[in-house]
Write a protein that binds this ligand. Structure first.
Ligand code: MG
Length: 203
């Protein structure tokens, strides 16, 4: 199982990071050891002074595919959840400055938290999936699949041109604005629509 993550997929987040706007989806990967499963805490890593939360929609691959055409992409994912792409922002900024890969900052143990998957056919409106993150009870991020620069089908088509997608792989689809730091003791609660989907404490 692999975890594929999209960067810079919401205009307001691109603006807050002062990043350049991508002309095609930007992706990177996290290994299986990055997964934080339900009911596990996030353990703050000793190598960073500035870990950020990034709340995202995560889709689950339901079928093996490569070079998938956009018009068939919907057949290749079957469920959605919320997730957190934990990022060691201090290390990432250094990687960006030095032109280095992002793995140190993005792919460490526990850096991919994922909530409970909801099948697409159980969603009220699969065309507009909203989500939000509360940190210690206060809403800090809100987003909708309609705000993504590249939609689910575009992402599947693009990524599968480079990497074969396998059943059970996860695709993090990018974060909206409002990213920020976590500290031990924080409680992060993610909502898919109005339903709580993931709750995780920082240790
Ligand atoms: Mg992200």
């Amino acid at each position: 199982m692999k975890i594929i993550c999209i960067g810079r997929n919401y205009l307001d987040h691109v603006a807050e990071m002062k990043s350049s706007l991508p002309d095609r989806p930007l992706f990177f990967m996290k290994p299986e050891t990055a997964l934080t499963r339900a009911k596990m805490p996030f353990f703050y890593p000793g190598f960073s002074q500035e870990v950020h939360y990034e709340a995202e929609l995560v889709i689950r691959i339901g079928k093996v595919g490569k070079n998938i055409r956009k018009k068939f992409a919907r057949n290749y994912y079957d469920a959605v959840a919320t997730g957190l792409d934990f990022t060691a922002r201090d290390l990432q900024q250094r990687c960006i400055r030095e032109g280095l890969p992002w793995e140190m900052a993005k792919s460490f143990d526990g850096s991919a938290a994922v909530g409970a998957f909801v099948p697409f056919d159980q969603l009220n409106n699969p065309e507009e999936i909203t989500f939000s993150l509360r940190k210690n009870g206060r809403v800090v991020q809100q987003g909708s699949s309609t705000q993504m620069i590249f939609g689910f089908d575009d992402l599947i088509a693009h990524v599968s041109g480079y990497v074969t997608l396998k059943t059970g792989d996860l695709l993090f689809t990018g974060t909206p604005s409002g990213v920020g730091p976590v500290v031990p003791g924080d409680l992060l609660e993610l909502y898919l629509g109005h339903e709580k989907n993931l709750s995780i404490s920082v240790k």
